[in-house]
Each structure stands twice: as structure tokens, then as C-alpha cells.
Design a protein around this ligand. Structure first.
Ligand SMILES: *Cc1c(COP(=O)(O)O)cnc(C)c1O
Length: 370
């Protein structure tokens, strides 16, 4: 699905030097590279503050800790996504309120969000799934109307631009009150282990977030907040400083792959190519097809026989997960997610794909007979 080795080889000298210099310094925790990466990512993302942390899941948790949510508070998020978002809501003793998504963009919709707002709602966590931003302008309007916080989950959308009605653009993560992201190796901006970050334009919030990531300290050994220990290693920051320079190029390479796939599949009646919204870039963290006529599992088996990897993101919607049964979610409230989990199939998508690989994959799919 990805080719991390191929990507590394192309920038091996730069990466190896960056790692070696951290080892030389032995400043493994909170070294200078961390501060520099935070500055550079803040500049890139158009966000005033970036605070790094241990991983994307921690970023979401830290955001909810910083906003002082209390048990029983409700947080609205998408049903069709990776578990992390709902997981931290539940872990914090908050109530996850799942909403259904759009059948074509796979994204949480403003309409479904507004229907789920109650007097207990404190926040909305839109997930910028597969590389496209959720409809942020409308989501921010709902948040304003009901006095809610918006925490963007941009783990799959580092570098994606949101396009406002007036044509102004902003980077994913810089629009809501807090943006949370991940540098898991396979993400569009990935490090060589776990990593994550929060971004915000609010000075006070930034201070509190920074303190929470480091045991609630601002001054050493004075604990003003109950915090956690969640930091980005200096080695990872040094790697990310190198890779951030290539992020736009990487996202462009993903788009070239997506266009190739689109062209090959657009006239196949039982395949639906991923829809592009008019309010966001698509940076194709995943290239996800809808496979109609009940052919999905057969197609996946066939591809496997041809040594072509494919993945189902996500096979079981959150509302059906065993660990979340106590919340009493009802299948009929999630008809789109139910449909999607039976039809989606993601194809190999990365920055190093060759024409030969693309030809083999697209020819194989095109020749598939049910
Ligand atoms: C990867 C991911 C996360 C979690 O990131 P980790 O760094 O693996 O903890 C959260 N949300 C979404 C949508 C993700 O894809």
C-alpha cells in the first residue's frame, strides 16, 4: 500500500545526517530540532502555534484535556473513520455522539452535525478523511451558533487546503480552535516511528496544551494542570524537518497517481471513483473506490492473487464496535456508513509509484470478471 523504503532512499543522505546530528548532540528529548520543526510546521500550516506530542491519538486527548471537558459532555464526530477520535472521547468519560457521513465524499456533513447538537454538546471533531477537508465553513458556523469548540482531526490531511466561499484558502488544521495531527509513518507527512502535533491560533490555549504535553508543567516541577507525558522525540523532529520540505511534492505525486486511477476506472459501471469536493484539495491519503454490485470482496481476493495489495478502510463502523456497545448506537441511524463499509476498497497510494505498477494495477482491475 505504501513504499516507505523507496521514499527514504531518495532523501537518505539528508535524513541520515539529520539523525546523526541528534545522536551527536544526545538531546533526545526536547532538543532544538523539536522547536525548529514546530516553528516550520506552524509557518507551513498558517497556524500561530504548533505543539508536538507523542502521536495523533494523544493530540486529540490533549485537545480535550485543554478545553476542560467534563464527564457527560457530548462530542460529535464521524462514524466512518479510524477509531482514535471516538476512543479518546470515551476514554475521557465524555459521550461520543456519532453521526453519519456523506455517501460520495465519505465526510461528516454539517446537516448531520447540526441534527446531533444538544444542550450537552461541547465540541465537534470533523475528520478530514482520506485527504479531503470536511466542510469547515459551514461547520464553523454551526459551532458559532451553538457556542461549540471545533477540533480538526487532520491526521490524514497534512497540507490539504480548505477553500472558503470567497476563494480564500487555509490549510487543514488552522481553521478550527485546535487542529490535531499524526506523523505515523504511512501518513502524508510521516516520521520513522510515532509522532503527533496540535495547532492553534489561541495563545492561552497553546500555553495550556504545551503544559499538558509535559506533565502539566510550565515551570519545572510546578504542576498547574494535570497533564500527561507525550512528546515528539528529537530524532523524529529532525526527520520531519527534512520531510516537511517535500510534503507539497509528495501530495502532488499522490494526485498524479489518483488521476491515473481515475482515468482508468471512470467508465467502469461497477466502480465509483472518489469524488472531489469543491471546498477542499484532495491529497489522497487514501484512494478509495466504491465497488458496486456486491463485487468488493471478490475483487479484493482477485487482486490478492495478482499480488496487488488493497485495504478496506474501514470494515466495521464505529457504531458497531464491541467496545462501544454501551452507547446504544442504532444501525438505522448510520445507513451511509453501513453501505460504505460494504463497498469501499482502497488501492495502493504513495509517492513512489511507477507507471509500470499503475499499469499493472489498473489493467488487472479493468480485466476483473465477476
Ligand atoms: C492515524 C489517525 C489518527 C491517530 O494517529 P496516531 O498517530 O496513529 O495515534 C487519528 N485520526 C485519524 C483520522 C487517523 O487516520
Amino acid at each position: 500500500m505504501v513504499d516507505l523504503k523507496g521514499q527514504y532512499i531518495k532523501i537518505k543522505v539528508e535524513i541520515d545526517n539529520a539523525i546523526a546530528s541528534v545522536i551527536d548532540d544526545t538531546s533526545f528529548i526536547k532538543g532544538e530540532q523539536v522547536t525548529l520543526f514546530e516553528k516550520e510546521l506552524a509557518e507551513y500550516a498558517g497556524s500561530k502555534h504548533v505543539i508536538t506530542c507523542g502521536n495523533g491519538t494523544d493530540a486529540l486527548q490533549i485537545a480535550m484535556m485543554a478545553l476542560d471537558f467534563k464527564p457527560g459532555d457530548e462530542v460529535i464526530t464521524a462514524d466512518f473513520t479510524f477509531i482514535a477520535t471516538a476512543e479518546v472521547i470515551a476514554l475521557m468519560g465524555l459521550t461520543p455522539v456519532l453521526v453519519d457521513v456523506d455517501p460520495e465524499t465519505f465526510l461528516i456533513t454539517p446537516e448531520n452535525i447540526e441534527k446531533a447538537v444538544t444542550s450537552k454538546t461541547k465540541a465537534i471533531v470533523p475528520v478530514h478523511l482520506f485527504g479531503q477537508c470536511a466542510e469547515m465553513e459551514a461547520i464553523m458556523q454551526i459551532a458559532k451558533k451553538y457556542n461549540l469548540y471545533v477540533i480538526e482531526d487532520l491526521a490524514q490531511a497534512n497540507g490539504s487546503n480548505y477553500i472558503f466561499n470567497n476563494s480564500q484558502t487555509k490549510k487543514a488544521g488552522s481553521i478550527g480552535h485546535i487542529g490535531c495531527t499524526s506523523f505515523f509513518p504511512s501518513k502524508n507527512l510521516g516520521c520513522f516511528g510515532d509522532g503527533g502535533a496540535l495547532m492553534t491560533n489561541d495563545d492561552e490555549l497553546a500555553k495550556k496544551i504545551r503544559s499538558i504535553t509535559n506533565h502539566g508543567m510550565t515551570v519545572r516541577y510546578y504542576h498547574d494542570n494535570i497533564g500527561i507525558n507525550s512528546r515528539l522525540d528529537t530524532i523524529q523532529a529532525a526527520i520531519l524537518r527534512v520531510k516537511l520540505k517535500y510534503l507539497d511534492e509528495y501530495n502532488k505525486a499522490r494526485n498524479i497517481v489518483a488521476s491515473y486511477y481515475d482515468k482508468a476506472f471512470e467508465n467502469i459501471s461497477w466502480l465509483k471513483i472518489p469524488k472531489r469536493t469543491d471546498w477542499s484539495d484532495h491529497i489522497f491519503h487514501q484512494y478509495t473506490l466504491l465497488v458496486e454490485d456486491g463485487k468488493r470482496d471478490m475483487l479484493q481476493k482477485y487482486l490478492q492473487q495478482k499480488n496487488i495489495p488493497s485495504m478496506i478502510y474501514y470494515p466495521v463502523p464505529i457504531h458497531r464496535q464491541k467496545a462501544y456497545s454501551e452507547y446504544g448506537f442504532k444501525d438505522e441511524d448510520f445507513s451511509v456508513t453501513e453501505m460504505l463499509s460494504g463497498k469501499v476498497l482502497s488501492l495502493p497510494m504513495h509517492t513512489e509509484m511507477t507507471e509500470e505498477q499503475l499499469k499493472y494495477i489498473t489493467n488487472s482491475v479493468t480485466e476483473f470478471k465477476f
